[in-house]
Design a protein around this ligand. Structure first.
Ligand code: KIV
Ligand code: ZN
Length: 518
């Protein structure tokens, strides 16, 4: 088996993603997660670009020991020296020097000739090599570079002491055949010592970054550059989790290649990054998206219940995902419905299934997803759509900006007396939720919380959607308001209204059963 080195650039190219900037502390947390995940190289930043970036690279070198830590530098003395200084504490330092090689970049951006570019490559790689043993050289815009000149540039970098040669598809303009022919020509033309590693670095402008990276591996690259969740400039970089799982799942690759990545940590690492940056991968994102293991179509659900392999090419457990989710919606079949009722502890007779399925389909036509609370309501009588509003928010006041935040909440239940509670929390929303919990006799756990601005202005309405587990059963709540704390509090109470309704239904059903028993 040949080992493919995983070079993670989440902290450098990934951070260049609009909205993904991280503090030094956050970068250290991500770097520690990447170390656990098993990446071989962490590109920690571009030290010359700002004092904070320099400081982040230093902090990462101090916090992480096993992987190589790379620092990016342009082909100039100042950049290279700054990168070397930032890496002083690294157990395994690497300077990553880059210079564009395409005529477009040379003529229009750098305004230098090809010969000048070759001189700069020679000088900068040699300078780097004097400071640090491990030097990576990248021919920026390699895929749009004249192939003969690309080979010349690579040869100059190798002769000057580069230990890794990286060929970026900087603007995502290549397809897998282009990557294959580029690498084949380079290998046929250049004199390459065995110790030199070839690398690919693909951007996703046409959605081909992972396919291109795999083509790179097929054609001799032994390092892939990628990011968690595929974040990065514009449409992003090749996604680490997709490359790793392609190599692991597809027989074409898994007989020949391996990586040091612990696949079970892919989803936890993705979640951690989403938490730090506030950028969640889209639900249909491969491997780590919320729907990556969710099935709604009846035929699929039926197949899965018979043999998971019918519609799953890998299990959620393999990548540390939460588990296969059979989402109940208008495409779901009776089998999935019966199974979900069984999971909730209800064993339905054939007549009950007929009735429940009829109501379920009516409801699923109106709602995107049918939740467990709806199933409970369907089972007992109507639907949860019209759960009466049992809890009324009479007063809400929060104090935030200081730690901890504080909330005063007054609510009434079914027109009864108004009760008040004061609680503290990590932020005003947490404090408000804690105050409500104090007023409720039930055991409540917040399982999911999403907040979305409807509109782009300062006065945008905040929409909150959350999932609670109340006494072991799941209930969703939704609300919108100009004030996000108010929206969150109302969404919390909306879920409690449904819990209250479900309890009432259950109690009435039990009462009827008692009657029958008599
Ligand atoms: O995309 C690119 O060309 C880069 C280089 C700096 C490696 O990110
Ligand atoms: Zn890049």
């Amino acid at each position: 088996m040949e080992k493919i080195l995983v070079f993670d650039t989440t902290l450098r190219d990934g951070e260049q993603s609009p909205g993904a900037s991280m503090t030094t502390h956050e970068k250290v947390r991500v770097a520690q997660e990447l170390e656990l995940l098993g990446v071989d190289v962490i590109e920690a930043g571009f030290p010359i670009s700002s004092p904070q970036e320099f400081e982040s690279v230093v902090a990462v070198t101090q916090a992480v020991q096993r992987p190589i830590i790379a620092a990016l530098a342009r082909a100039t003395n100042g950049d290279i020296d700054r990168a070397a200084t930032s890496l002083a504490a690294a157990a395994h330092p690497r300077i990553h020097i880059f210079l564009a090689t395409s005529d477009l970049h040379l003529e229009r951006k750098l305004k230098i000739t090809r010969d000048e570019a070759l001189r700069r490559i020679e000088k900068s790689v040699a300078r780097g090599r004097n400071l640090i043993e491990d030097i990576e050289f990248s021919c920026e815009d390699a895929t749009r570079t004249d192939p003969d000149f690309l080979c010349k540039a690579i040869q100059v970098a190798i002769d000057a002491g580069a230990t890794t040669i990286n060929l970026p598809d900087t603007v995502g303009y290549a397809d897998p055949t282009d990557i294959a022919s580029m690498l084949q020509q380079v290998h046929a033309t250049c004199k390459i010592p065995e110790s030199v590693v070839f690398s690919v670095h693909c951007h996703n402008d046409l959605g081909l970054a992972v396919a291109n990276s795999l083509s790179g591996i097929e054609n001799g690259a032994r390092q892939v550059e990628c990011t968690l969740n595929g974040i990065g400039e514009r449409a992003g970089n090749a996604s680490l989790e997709e490359i790793v799982m392609s190599l692991k799942v597809l027989p074409r690759y898994n007989q020949r290649f391996t990586t040091g990545i612990v696949p079970e940590l892919l989803c936890p690492a993705s979640e951690m990054l989403a938490h730090v940056t506030g950028m969640r991968p889209q639900p249909n994102k491969a491997i780590v998206g919320a729907n990556a293991f969710a099935h709604e179509a009846g035929i699929h659900q039926d197949g899965l219940l018979k043999d998971r392999r019918t519609y799953e090419i890998m299990t959620p457990e393999m990548v540390g995902a939460r588990g296969t989710r059979l989402v109940l919606g208008k495409h779901s079949g009776r089998h999935a419905l019966v199974r979900r009722y069984a999971e909730l502890g209800y064993d339905l007779s054939t007549a009950e299934v007929d009735r429940a399925y009829e109501l379920f389909i009516l409801l699923a036509d109106k709602k995107k997803v049918v939740h467990d609370e709806d199933l409970l309501a369907i089972y007992f009588e109507g639907t949860m759509e019209d759960a009466p509003r049992a809890f009324k928010l009479e007063f809400l006041d929060v104090r935030c900006g200081r730690s901890p935040s504080e909330a005063v909440v007054r609510i009434s239940h079914n027109g009864g007396p108004v009760k008040e509670a004061t609680a503290t929390g990590d932020g005003p929303i947490d404090a408000a939720f804690s105050a409500i919990e104090e007023l409720c006799p039930w055991e409540i756990r917040l399982e999911e919380f999403q907040i979305k601005a409807a509109g782009g202005g300062r006065d945008a309405v905040g929409e909150v959607h959350l999932e609670l587990r109340v006494g072991g059963n799941p209930f969703s709540g939704r609300a919108a308001s100009l004030d996000v704390v108010d929206a969150a509090t109302r969404a919390f109470l909306n879920a409690l209204d449904k819990a209250d309704h479900a309890r009432g239904l259950e109690a009435r059903a039990f009462a009827r059963m008692d009657l029958w028993a008599v």
